[in-house]
Design a protein around this ligand. Structure first.
Ligand code: HEC
Length: 151
């Protein structure tokens, strides 16, 4: 569930906004309760935060700690901007799971394959256009993180 994080923030906002007139105790507890409910429906393994950790372990060497790339390394905070403003999720997922191996977007070095990222549980991702794909959770988390850093 790639959008859980957004959902959580939205829910907490809602909780704070709507619970105000009901009194202090609800104001205090409702957002926490809602957050717990939403969290129980989310997998922490696919959250942008998990993706950030995976990024730190596997990607900073080439794409930089801030994702802004370098000489021959693409700036990962500008993926959406380069694609005309819409984050090309299906293409990024292909790149991450190695499916797009050989389809080099930039001249120069090709991105390595990360066999380890393909291990672990699978989860279903909803893609734009009503399609969905079953993918390893680490790939989903990295995609969620990359989406969160677009400029
Ligand atoms: C050895 C250097 C290297 C490492 C490590 C690396 N990349 Fe890359 N990456 C590249 C290069 C070079 C390209 C551009 C060529 C290509 O598209 O394959 C690229 C392209 C990409 C693209 C496509 C960008 C676009 O606009 O289409 C994404 C997404 C990406 N990398 C994400 C990652 C993630 C996430 C990790 C860590 C799991 C990672 N990369 C690790 C070198 C690397």
């Amino acid at each position: 569930m790639p959008r859980c994080h957004d959902f959580l923030i939205w829910f907490m906002d809602m909780g704070l906004a709507t619970c105000q007139p009901w009194g202090m105790s609800i104001t205090r507890f409702a957002p926490a309760l809602l957050a717990a409910l939403v969290l129980s429906a989310c997998s922490p393994w696919t959250s942008p935060q998990t993706g950030r950790n995976l990024y730190a372990q596997n990607c900073v060497a080439c794409h930089g700690s801030d994702g802004q790339g370098g000489a021959q390394m693409p700036d990962l905070t500008m993926i959406a901007a380069r694609a005309g403003g819409v984050y090309p999720q299906a293409r990024v997922l292909d790149k991450l799971d190695g499916y797009a191996r050989g389809q080099v977007a930039y001249e120069g070095v090709e991105m390595p394959n990360f066999g380890d990222l393909l291990t672990g549980r699978l989860d279903r991702v909803d893609l734009p256009g009503g399609r969905s794909r079953l993918l390893p959770e680490k790939i989903i988390a990295l995609d969620a993180y990359l989406r969160s850093i677009q400029r």
